[in-house]
Write a protein that binds this ligand. Structure first.
Ligand code: 15L
Length: 266
């Protein structure tokens, strides 16, 4: 099972680097893109430098691709200008280009920060209202809504991956709940690319962690079954330091430190 050409945006990013390798078996050609240098094309690759805010460049980027795996954009809380340019205007450019060039499926790197103001004591699913924990989270809500519109109106399918914390290992206690291993990330993207019917789906991206805040029952048609668990890191994480004061918002809310980040001046 393979696409002719997949576009991966954000190839210089933490997860982009993982997917640059991980997506290789899924396409004859992997077009990798970022705004910063990502080196020369390896076997089976095309390299395109592109600013997401540059409409004409994004249209050239998307042309001739059969699926888009969109991991480009701002990935942290910061001032609004770069978020606006990459995550709002840039995302619109990507979806318009998909519409114009007939691309029918996308995988969108959404984030747990779309629902970061739920409490860690809550358990939520994809139908619970969004509660973004910052401007970054708001921009990811925009992406989820924009992609829903492009599905309802134009039939372009998107799997919105509300990624938890995808790193080599969880860095703190919160990430014992939000951890998504790289292997599970690649499996999640694979399912999102090849599930026969995606429609518009919101799915939380977490490994099979013992403590979880997220219920993926609404996304069973994607067929994602995580295989890793944060439990193997628990002892090390807990030994690294005492728990946060339970009255600290970072310990109360699912978004962790994002709920206290900013405001940033432009
Ligand atoms: C995100 O959305 C960020 O992109 C990532 O760097 C992590 O901080 C992650 O969320 C998280 O919540 O741990």
């Amino acid at each position: 099972q393979e696409y002719r050409r997949i576009l991966l945006t954000g190839a210089a990013g933490g997860l982009g680097k993982v997917l640059r390798e991980g997506l290789k078996p899924f396409a004859s050609v992997l077009r990798v893109s970022d705004r910063v240098d990502i080196g020369t094309a390896k076997t089976g690759e095309e390299v395109v430098l592109c600013e997401l805010g540059d409409k004409a460049a994004v249209h050239r980027l998307v042309e001739d691709c059969d699926a888009v795996v969109h991991f480009g954009g701002v990935s942290v809380e910061t001032n609004f200008d770069p978020i606006l340019e990459a995550n709002i205007v840039g995302l619109f450019n990507v979806y318009e280009a998909m519409r114009k060039h007939g691309v029918k499926r996308a995988v969108f790197a959404s984030s747990n920060h779309v629902t970061g103001f739920y409490k860690q004591a809550d358990r939520i699913d994809a139908d619970d209202p969004v509660r973004p924990d910052g401007l970054y989270g708001v921009s990811k809500c925009f992406g989820e809504n924009l992609s829903r519109f492009y599905f309802d109106r134009y039939g372009i399918e998107t799997a919105c991956l509300r990624i938890g914390s995808s790193f080599p290992e969880p860095k703190d206690r919160r990430m014992l709940a939000t951890y998504l291993s790289y292997a599970d990330l690649i499996e999640l993207v694979r399912r999102a690319l090849f599930a026969p019917k995606v429609g518009h789906t919101v799915i939380f991206g977490a490994s099979d962690n013992k403590v979880t805040w997220w219920d993926n029952a609404k996304a069973e048609h994607i067929g994602f079954k995580p295989r890793d668990t944060s439990e193997v890191f628990r002892a090390r994480v807990e030994a690294a330091g005492p728990p946060l004061d339970p009255s600290n918002p970072v310990a109360i809310f699912q978004g962790g430190a994002f709920v206290t980040a900013g405001p940033f001046d432009d």
